[in-house]
Ligand binder design. Structure first.
Ligand code: MG
Length: 431
């Protein structure tokens, strides 16, 4: 986008220049900094190392090279590399390095929009500044991250957010890629359509079924056809493919100081069945989701906490396919974690749910509903409506059907938050 400017220094045309910076193999790189001896070995950061059910949360280049993937079980990963170094995650360290990187970005712009812990958009548009100068700034940032932090970053430089994000993926680690108006057709259009931001698995499958396999083919598709098929989302996707993304870089970094939002409860009666836990998880998920919405946040990782009647406890976590503040998505993910990790051999005394990996619910993340299109939109609208009904008529005005049978688990309701301990387990949240 070009903006006309008229300042005391002069007048002219300002071109939008946006960087997308993506710290490479972020968790694993930070772990290697703290333990340089493992730097040249395949390293996987895994949840619950002691347990067979632990999964790979992140890996370094060496682990990637032998085919280890994020999300696979630790034992599977070890089959691929006998010398695999498995380390537990240290989120405090990642947060620290994420913030240090952000400080560097902020020295080049006031408009820095974090996207998860390891990515950020930086708007460096300035009257008279050219794309070539944008490239020079990206190079400076790349060198500073390496020299000052000891980790590497790949940066995409482009005239919009969607293309700059594609750019940061093109060359890595430790590289800068420019996608400008002269080269985007050559660089972007041959890419698989699934690479485009907001094209999730379901959307990709649909597009493929209509013979749209590359971003170029999406850009070229008949506007009426795509609108008929995918609605407004389809039109926006086509625009993105054509390079017509005008979404601003929002300075949301100060809103994400809250690290996590969670609730836990110790109900009057131990929870003994899947049904008991399911009901409880809906209650907890509803209050967690509501508080996420209040803070204008969404999260991508769900953690559960279980303490049994012998007071032994454990935590597990799993990723969502998308950032969310929808209670049913949080509850469903929590239940999957319960089913995968809890054998109901002992009654549950306390149960908690927490959502981490937070990002602002404003800005472009909202459009990630492309994955399941308008259905998620509707659920989101519904939950916002329920929030306002409860605000006006009290917490019992609307109840989830699953809770009607839940009375014998103790009077669990979103309203009985006095019983629930916010901040509950582990490090807790800053409020
Ligand atoms: Mg990264």
């Amino acid at each position: 986008m070009f903006v006309l400017y008229n300042t005391p220094e002069g007048r002219g045309i300002m071109e939008t220049i946006i960087l997308h910076a993506d710290l490479n193999s972020f968790y694993a790189s930070v772990e290697c900094l703290y333990n340089p001896a493992i730097r040249n070995l395949p390293v996987a950061v895994c949840g619950s190392v002691e347990n067979r059910h632990g999964i790979v949360l992140a890996k370094n280049q060496q682990a990637k090279a032998v085919g280890i993937r994020t999300g696979e079980a630790v034992w599977q990963a070890k089959l691929k590399a006998a010398n695999l170094v498995v380390v537990p995650p240290h989120y405090d360290r990642y947060l620290r390095f994420g913030n240090l990187a952000r400080e560097i970005y902020c020295s080049y712009s006031e408009k820095v929009q974090p996207f998860g812990m390891d990515e950020a958009w930086i708007d460096i548009s300035f009257p008279g500044r050219t794309m070539d100068q944008g490239y020079e700034i990206a190079e400076k940032i790349r060198r500073r991250i390496k020299f000052e932090l000891g980790i590497t970053v790949s940066i995409g430089v482009s005239f919009n957010k969607v293309f700059s994000k594609l750019g940061s993926d093109m060359k890595k680690p430790d590289a800068v890629t420019v996608i400008d108006r002269d080269n985007y057709k050559d660089k972007v259009w041959p890419l698989d359509v699934g690479e485009l931001l907001y094209v999730g698995y379901a959307t990709k499958r649909k597009l493929n079924s209509w013979n749209i396999n590359t971003i170029g083919e999406l850009a070229d598709i008949d506007a009426v056809f795509i609108r008929e098929k995918l609605g407004k989302c389809g039109t926006i996707l086509k625009d993105y493919a054509m390079g017509n993304d005008y979404s601003p870089v929002e300075n949301t970094q100060h809103e994400t100081i809250i690290k996590s939002i969670g609730n836990s409860t110790t109900p009057p009666k131990d929870l003994c069945s899947t049904e008991d836990i399911k009901i409880t998880s809906f209650v907890l998920a509803e209050s967690v989701a509501r508080r996420l919405r209040e803070h204008g946040l969404k999260g991508k990782t769900v953690q559960i906490y279980i303490r049994d009647c012998d007071l032994e406890s454990f935590e597990r976590q799993g990723q969502l396919s998308d950032y969310t503040n929808i209670s049913s998505e949080i509850a469903d993910r929590a239940m999957k974690l319960v089913k995968a990790n809890w054998y109901f051999n002992k009654p549950v005394r306390s149960f908690g749910i927490r959502v981490t990996d937070l990002a602002s619910s404003k800005g472009p993340i909202q459009i990630s509903i492309f994955k399941e299109e308008n259905k998620r939109f509707k659920t989101m609208d519904l939950e916002y409506s329920i929030d306002s009904i409860r605000k006006r008529y009290g917490p019992y005005a609307v109840q989830r059907a699953v809770l009607i049978h839940g009375r014998d688990c103790g009077d669990l309701s979103d309203s009985t938050e006095a019983l629930m301990r916010k901040v509950s387990f582990n490090t807790g949240e800053k409020r």
